[in-house]
Design a protein around this ligand. Structure first.
Ligand code: PBG
Length: 322
C-alpha cells in the first residue's frame, strides 16, 4: 500500500501537526444573562452552570472571564413580567437596568468587545420578536422599536449590535439609524439565517420569554430550507451587515458552510441553549463525556466555516487552557 492515512495519526504529536482546525478562546463570544437588582446570581434550571447576574456580579463574572482570555460578551436582559408590554417600551427606556449594565461593563472593561441583543421578545408581553396585532407579527412598525432599542444600546456603549428578530429590512434600517446618529463605528452582527428551532427552549426559560400564543414560524426560517439562507445573506450583505450569523449551529452546519463558501464576510454561529443543555444533561446522566462532547461540537462548528462562535461553553473551554 502506497497510501496509508493512518501514518498521519500514529502519535499525538503528528496528529496535532496535521490538525486542520484549531479552537482558540479568541473564537468565542460568551452570552451572559443580566437581571435587575444587586448581589443576585440565579442558576438557569435548564442550563446547568449558566446564571442570571445582577450587574455587580456580572462585572465580577466578566472580570474572571477576561482573566481567562475571553474578550467578547453578548448580554441578554431577563425582565420581570410587569415591565413587559405590547410595544417593548422598556427596551428603550434610558434608565433600564440593561442599558446601565452595558455602560458599567464598558467603563470597567473598555477593552472588551460588547455585543448587545436587538429584538423585542425579552420586553414583549406577547413573547414575540415583533409587535403582535390580531395574531400577526407586524414587520415595518417593529423596525421603529428596534431602531429605538439599537440607538439606546449604541449610546450606552455597545460595540456590536445583534439583531436577532428576523424582521425584513432591519439591517439596512438599523445601519441608517446608527449612521445618522454618528454611530458609524458600531458594528452589526446579523442573525442572518435564524431558524424556527426547538432548541431555543432553555433560553426562553432563562428569559421567561416564550411566545404566549403561536410560534415564530412567520419570521424565523423553516429548518427545511437552505437556499433561502442565501437570500437572507444577500440582503444582509447589501444592507451593510459586518458579520453573518447562523443559528442554531449544530443542526445547521451545512448552512454555515454554504454562507462561508459564498460570502467574504466573517461567518458567526450561535451554539445555542438547547445544544448546550443536551450535552450537560447527558453528562449528568453519565451517558457521554461532557468535555469531549463540548470540544467536538465546537470544533465541528469551526470546521464547517464559522470563525466566530457564540457559546455558553466559552468559560468552560477557557478553563481547560488547551
Ligand atoms: C430571540 C432570541 C432567541 C435566542 C436569542 N435571541 C430565541 C428565540 O428566538 O426565541 C436563543 C438563544 C439560545 O437559545 O441560546 N430574539
Amino acid at each position: 500500500m502506497l497510501r496509508r492515512p493512518r501514518r498521519n495519526r500514529k502519535s499525538e504529536v503528528i496528529r496535532s501537526m496535521v490538525e486542520e482546525t484549531r479552537l482558540s478562546v479568541k473564537d468565542f463570544i460568551f452570552p451572559l444573562f443580566v437581571i435587575d437588582g444587586e448581589n443576585k446570581k440565579e442558576e438557569v434550571t435548564s442550563m446547568p452552570g449558566i446564571y442570571r447576574y445582577s450587574t455587580d456580579l456580572l462585572l465580577e463574572e466578566i472580570s474572571e472571564c477576561v482573566g481567562l482570555g475571553i474578550k467578547s460578551f453578548d448580554l441578554f436582559p431577563a425582565l420581570k413580567e410587569k415591565l413587559k408590554d405590547k410595544y417593548a417600551t422598556e427596551s428603550h427606556n434610558p434608565n433600564n437596568f440593561y442599558l446601565r449594565a452595558i455602560e458599567k461593563v464598558k467603563s470597567a472593561f473598555p477593552e472588551v468587545c460588547l455585543m448587545t441583543d436587538v429584538a423585542m421578545d425579552p420586553y414583549s408581553s406577547d413573547g414575540h420578536d415583533g409587535i403582535v396585532e390580531n395574531g400577526e407579527i407586524l414587520n415595518d412598525p417593529t423596525l421603529e422599536v428596534l431602531e429605538k432599542m439599537t440607538l439606546a444600546q449604541a449610546r450606552a456603549g455597545a460595540d456590536i449590535i445583534g439583531p436577532s428578530d428576523m424582521m425584513d429590512g432591519r439591517v439596512g434600517h438599523l445601519r441608517d439609524a446608527l449612521d445618522n446618529e454618528g454611530f458609524e463605528n458600531v458594528s452589526i452582527m446579523s442573525y442572518t439565517a435564524k431558524y424556527a428551532s426547538a432548541f431555543y427552549g432553555p433560553f426562553r426559560d432563562a428569559l421567561q420569554s416564550a411566545p404566549k400564543l403561536g410560534d415564530k414560524k412567520t419570521y424565523q426560517m423553516d429548518p427545511a430550507n437552505k437556499r433561502e439562507a442565501l437570500i437572507e445573506a444577500d440582503l444582509d450583505y447589501a444592507e451593510g451587515a459586518d458579520f453573518l450569523m447562523v443559528k442554531p449551529a449544530l443542526a445547521y452546519l451545512d448552512i454555515i458552510h454554504i454562507l462561508k463558501e459564498n460570502y467574504d464576510l466573517p461567518i458567526a454561529a450561535y451554539n445555542i441553549s438547547g445544544e448546550y443543555s443536551m450535552i450537560k444533561a447527558a453528562t449528568e446522566k453519565g451517558w457521554i463525556d461532557g468535555e469531549k462532547a463540548m470540544l467536538e461540537s465546537l470544533l465541528s462548528i469551526k470546521r464547517a466555516g464559522a470563525s466566530v462562535i457564540l457559546t455558553y461553553f466559552a468559560k468552560e473551554f477557557a478553563q481547560l487552557n488547551c
